[in-house]
Design a protein around this ligand. Structure first.
Ligand SMILES: [Zn+2]
Length: 307
């Protein structure tokens, strides 16, 4: 097989990529996701695959990898845990196989992200990679030896809805849409930063605008980002305790904050399990993604790699 074909079904955009035998992207296209209409989602994917086939007549991929913001049930029958909620309970794999006349491999988008970065991204060649999407939500995915690790419950890496660890006793409780409170996602996502900024200043700013304000010397923004580095360090320390990954790679909008990569590793050692009482050196590397917004769709294409 000469080409690999991947689809990333995101909450707002759906992308296709074709990778050639050198893993160069030779075709890329994005369309808006019709997130409230399942039949239109299927049509959008079919359209993207048709466009790719027209652009690359030699495209020979008989299997397509598809990343979704959720996971399949253990028996592959239907979708569960999708934050594009129209997908929940839908027979996505068989529906896509029917309309595309190809085999379809579906995986969680954060697992696709981790796989992309572990294969030919900034965690290339590392045995155990934890990928984190830090954006509107907080998702996690695991790649082992360059392959996604979904787990028997298809829950591996679902760390954003674990309780936030080492939480201050006096911190305000943050209810989450999942029914619990104080999930990691409620503390370190973009909306969490915006909420804190609003509560302290009564001004609405996106996470990106707060980052710009930090760079311009806004004391509230500086303080909030210092809290954010500490909170991210606390949350990642539990990943290190549990998985001890070689590399943690960050994606999503907040991964563009350059300070994260030197501030967080200074802080996480205080929370990683260590009974010596002395400062220990944490060998896990914290890195920014290589492929940006394309990482998810590249990882979907890598799902079809049989090597
Ligand atoms: Zn939650």
């Amino acid at each position: 097989m000469k080409y690999k074909l991947g689809i990333d079904l995101g909450g707002t955009k759906t992308s296709v990529v074709v990778l050639d035998q050198n893993n160069q992207a030779v075709y890329n296209k994005r369309l808006p996701t019709p997130a409230s209409n399942y039949a239109e989602i299927l049509k959008t994917i079919k359209l993207l695959v048709n466009h790719a086939q027209q652009a690359i007549p030699a495209l020979d991929a008989q299997t397509i990898g598809v990343g979704i913001p959720g996971a399949l049930q253990q028996d592959n029958s239907t979708v569960k845990n999708a934050n594009t909620q129209i997908l929940i309970g839908k027979t996505l794999k068989t529906d896509l196989e029917t309309i595309l006349q190809r085999n379809v491999i579906i995986a969680n988008d954060a697992n696709c992200f981790a796989t992309s970065e572990a294969t030919d991204g900034s965690a290339k060649g590392h045995a155990l990679v934890f990928g984190v999407i830090l954006g509107t939500g907080v998702g996690g995915g695991i790649a082992v030896m360059g392959k996604p690790w979904a787990g028997p419950n298809r829950l591996a890496g679902e760390w954003g809805h674990n309780p936030f660890p080492f939480h201050d006793a006096e911190a305000k409780h943050r209810p989450c849409y999942c029914g619990k409170s104080d999930c990691i996602e409620k503390i370190i996502s973009g909306p969490a930063l915006s909420q804190e900024y609003f509560e302290q200043t009564r001004k609405h700013k996106s996470a990106k605008q707060i980052a710009d304000a930090m760079a311009a010397g806004d004391p509230t923004a500086i303080r909030l980002f210092n809290d954010f580095y500490l909170n991210l360090a606390k949350a990642l320390s539990t990943v290190i305790n549990l998985l001890d990954p070689n590399v943690i790679v960050l994606g999503g909008g907040l991964s563009n904050i350059a300070e994260i990569y030197h501030e967080v590793p200074k802080l996480w050692g205080a929370y990683v399990f260590n009974a010596t009482g002395k400062k220990t050196n944490i060998a896990t590397k914290l890195v920014k993604n290589k492929w940006g917004d394309d990482s998810g769709v590249r990882g979907a294409a890598w799902l079809t790699d049989t090597k």
